[in-house]
Ligand binder design. Structure first.
Ligand code: CP
Length: 305
């Protein structure tokens, strides 16, 4: 790799993952620091975002860094036909680190190969979302006390859900049992099943989840990714296949937490929000501390205390 970019969660060893999570714990205790003083971070969002962009920007502000970038590529010279390579080479002149979200799978890998400064993947199409995965791991470890030997249920759009793909790969370091619940048309892609097979990770596929969630330590709900469907009729057929309601949580394990990368559409009813097992808004909050840790590591900086 040309620089210390984070493109895929598989770029990090288990040891590196633990170092990020430990550093994020330190930031949670003391989030306001001057670690990024003098650094400029570019946030290039070619796709919409609330949590990823704003938690990065919150993290940068808390660390006294400066932010440049765009939230809509149509306000940049991409609109005039500028290539991704030229955009990256230009922005790298103005910044120490680039955080990029883009609809095309592989775009961040390409950007990292041409960029003289590190690039962080903030989501590339249906492929990967490694910083989300690190905050998911942080949330799981914080609520379960461990990442090892957990029964993880992944529900919803397992085909296009990039957060599912990255989390599955990361959790495979910790001997999980996976239960995948999805519509026939949104099943986990074969390449990820192969990944699990090669590592002897146990997994089961289901079309129903009401009767089986009592065994879950983590229920990871996901939105059906409307923007990835070529055919809107296919989206309509699958969008409401799995909806988690509060009454369904009766009889689930005491330690069980419901996670969701958000945004939610209607796959978790709002009556779940008040259940202590709902953890998705705290999960989003953890994104600030984890992204502080990721930027600190990638730029080779040290936390102040
Ligand atoms: N979890 C996540 O990526 O949310 P946003 O699309 O709002 O950034």
């Amino acid at each position: 790799m040309k620089n210390k970019s984070l493109v895929s969660i598989t770029d990090y060893s288990t040891d590196e993952i633990f170092k990020i999570l430990d550093l994020a714990e330190q930031y949670e205790k003391n989030p306001v620091q001057s670690v990024l003083n003098g650094k400029v971070i570019a946030t290039l969002f070619f796709e919409p975002s609330t949590r990823t962009r704003l938690s990065f920007e919150s993290a940068i502000n808390k660390l006294e860094g400066k932010i440049i970038g765009f939230t809509d590529a149509s306000s940049s010279s991409v609109k005039k036909g500028e290539s991704l390579k030229d955009t990256i080479l230009t922005v790298a002149n103005y910044s120490d680190l680039i955080v990029m979200r883009h609809p095309l799978e592989g775009s961040t890998r390409y950007a990292s190969e041409v960029s003289p400064v590190p690039v962080i993947n903030a989501g590339d199409g249906a492929n990967q979302h490694p910083t989300q995965t690190l905050l998911d791991l942080y949330s799981i470890r914080k609520t379960q006390g461990t990442l090892e030997n957990l029964n993880v249920f992944m529900v919803g759009d397992l085909k296009y859900g990039r957060t599912v793909h990255s989390l599955l790969q990361a959790m495979s370091n910790f001997n999980p049992i996976f239960n995948f619940i999805s519509h026939e048309k949104l099943k986990i892609p074969d390449e990820y099943k192969l990944f699990l097979d090669e590592r002897n990770i146990e997994y089961f596929e289901h079309s129903e989840f009401t009767d089986i969630i009592s065994k879950a330590d983590i229920i990871y709900m996901t939105r059906v990714q409307k923007e990835r469907f070529a055919d809107p009729i296919e989206y309509e057929k699958t969008k409401d296949a799995y909806i988690l309601r509060n009454d369904m949580l009766e009889g689930t394990r005491d330690n069980m937490k419901v996670l969701h990368p958000l945004p939610r559409v209607n796959e978790i009813t709002i009556d779940v929000d008040k259940n202590p097992k709902a953890y998705y808004f705290q999960q989003a909050k953890n994104g600030v501390f984890v992204r502080q840790a990721i930027m600190t590591k990638i730029l080779g900086l040290e936390i102040n205390n």
